[in-house]
Design a protein around this ligand. Structure first.
Ligand code: UD1
Length: 346
């Protein structure tokens, strides 16, 4: 399920050949086939898959629940069927909504303000059940049970032996408890310093800040719309905790150490520092030596004013902290953009 396309990537970045299967988590038979082929070699799963545009989740909530929740349900089903019980899940700071405490500790009340954030909470809840009881059964809160039932009814009918289970692991008296690590990402951005791996979204209307900034700097878009903060911040633009993708990847490597602890661990993955949108624009101008025209527009639906991670827990328990700053993020992202102006389409 994982791989990167080009020979140069294999040689220069990933060093070893990775096996790649292109499939969709909502396609249960196809997913299950991969597990059947490789179950004995799989020590654990790093679950990154999902839709992630907050604005699109506001306009297309069902698409998000379908893809993120049903997809995860299928994945957990295949894992349970093949006795694979180690997982690291990519959750999001969006589970906090507009939190009262900033920097935000993992114990903050979860009050998402977008359907995207809601999907992450449902998946976290399912993982909590697997981590604490080894199964997802009739104790599933009705809202989740109904949701998964409704959404799976929209999917193409699975083959008889792969019928969507109403419960997961319930027939087993003593199911193994799962080792679960939930990583709540703040704002991942940047690119691999080699310039070979990066993000190149096709849909710039629903894209994150950095790819749009790059397109403006390249002259492909005339200007950036800066979404105003709903509350006062130092310069009137929202504040986010931006984390370099390489730091993020290293956070996952650190989290692997929690496999086989048969517990549920939840960590924030961020820098622990905030930048406003205007500060990001300035750092990007300096790194790219290009002009970035912008105009301040209305607040974007689902955008909280300020999100900064409390990163004490991950530092204490995993000895991990982010090393790169906004300058590194912009420099590496600009290198990727200059070297791969059309992303992976070349
Ligand atoms: C959101 C999620 C985050 C998730 C990420 C993945 C929330 C609160 N955060 O981050 O957990 O990992 O999506 O997509 O739901 N901006 C502009 N103009 C633009 C684009 C963005 O001003 O054209 C601003 C936004 O208002 C925001 C900042 O840039 O303040 C970052 O936006 P973006 O990169 O889209 O990420 P978030 O929405 O913060």
């Amino acid at each position: 399920m994982l791989a990167f396309g080009t020979a140069s990537l294999d040689a220069e970045v990933v060093k070893e050949k990775l096996l790649f299967y292109e499939t969709d988590l909502t396609d249960l038979p196809s997913l299950n086939k991969i597990f059947e082929q490789h179950a004995r070699e799989i020590l654990g799963v790093l679950h990154f898959a999902g839709l992630k545009s907050v604005s699109r989740s506001v306009s297309h909530p069902l698409e998000f629940f379908h893809s993120n929740v049903v997809g995860s349900w299928n994945l957990f089903h295949c894992m349970a069927a093949h006795n694979i019980t180690n997982i690291i899940f990519s959750s999001s700071a969006s589970v906090y909504g507009s939190p009262e405490r900033v920097p935000i500790p993992e114990t903050e009340v979860l009050k998402p303000i977008s359907p995207y954030g809601e999907t992450k909470i449902v998946i976290e809840k399912l993982l909590h059940m697997l981590g604490t009881t080894g199964k997802i059964t009739s104790v599933i809160p009705p809202d989740i049970r109904d949701l998964v039932g409704t959404l799976s009814a929209l999917l193409p009918a699975p083959t008889a032996d792969l019928a969507y289970p109403a419960t997961l692991g319930a027939n087993n008296e003593n199911p193994s408890l799962w080792s679960v690590v939930i990583l709540r990402y703040f704002n991942p951005c940047g690119a691999h310093p080699s310039g070979l791996l990066g993000e190149c979204p096709k849909d710039t209307k629903n894209s994150n800040l950095m790819p749009v900034l790059a397109k403006v700097a390249m002259g492909e878009l005339p200007s950036l719309t800066v979404f105003k903060s709903v509350l006062n911040t130092k310069d009137g633009t929202p504040i986010r905790d931006y984390i370099h993708v390489v730091d993020l990847a290293k956070g996952h490597v650190a989290a692997l150490g929690k496999f086989s602890t048969q517990e549920v661990h939840t960590f924030n993955l961020g820098m622990g520092k905030g930048c406003s949108v205007l500060e990001v624009i300035e750092a990007f101008r300096e790194a790219s030596k290009r002009d970035v025209p912008f105009a301040v527009g209305a607040t974007r639906a689902g955008d909280p004013p300020i999100l900064i991670a409390n990163v004490q827990k991950i530092a204490d328990e995993l000895s991990w902290s982010a090393q790169s700053d906004m300058k590194d993020i912009c420099t590496d992202f600009w290198r990727w953009v200059e070297e791969s102006p059309v992303g992976y389409c070349s």
